[in-house]
Design a protein around this ligand. Sequence first.
Ligand SMILES: CC(C)(COP(=O)(O)OP(=O)(O)OC[C@H]1O[C@@H](n2cnc3c(N)ncnc32)[C@H](O)[C@@H]1OP(=O)(O)O)[C@@H](O)C(=O)NCCC(=O)NCCS
Length: 153
Amino acid sequence: MAYSQTIMSQIVLPEQANPAGNIHGGEIIKMMDNAAYVVARKHCRTNVVTARVDELEFYQPIFVGQLVTCKGQLVFVGRSSMEVLVQIEVEDLSSDQPPVVALKAFFTMVALDENCRPVEVPRLILETEQEKMAFEEGEKRYQLYKRKRQKKA
Ligand SMILES: CC(C)(COP(=O)(O)OP(=O)(O)OC[C@H]1O[C@@H](n2cnc3c(N)ncnc32)[C@H](O)[C@@H]1OP(=O)(O)O)[C@@H](O)C(=O)NCCC(=O)NCCS
């Protein structure tokens, strides 16, 4: 599990923001999606696509010049799907304040084979109680999403 953890940082640039200096939401989501992709690919070593992003709620404004750090880690794997928790922290490098969490979301990534069909991914090795609990929670969401899709079909 630890192997696929990914951390990416960048300074928010003016072209990523609105005229008041707030970063566009889409820029943050792109960064999160990219981190989820890296985590999933490190785990399964095949092509992956994003199948679902759960609720996104921005708790904190993020401004031009601030440091944004995106942290991704695997939570759960099914047969071909992988749930990745992605968290965004924001930090003002001109102050001594520690980084604060601006948002987090679960991304469901699906591994595909060379014919673009879902393919089985390696099992997750759970080492800590926290990882086991997070996996169980991930499994509940996985079952819930499945039921929702079955209802729609
Ligand atoms: C995701 C995708 C590959 C699933 O294909 P599918 O033929 O429906 O495959 P399946 O029904 O066999 O599902 C495969 C796995 O994905 C999961 N899955 C599929 N759709 C899902 C959804 N909307 N939310 C969560 N999980 C989903 C299934 O639970 C299954 O998991 P498991 O193998 O761990 O049990 C297909 O819908 C697709 O290609 N979507 C477009 C993805 C894309 O282009 N994303 C980029 C952003 S636009």
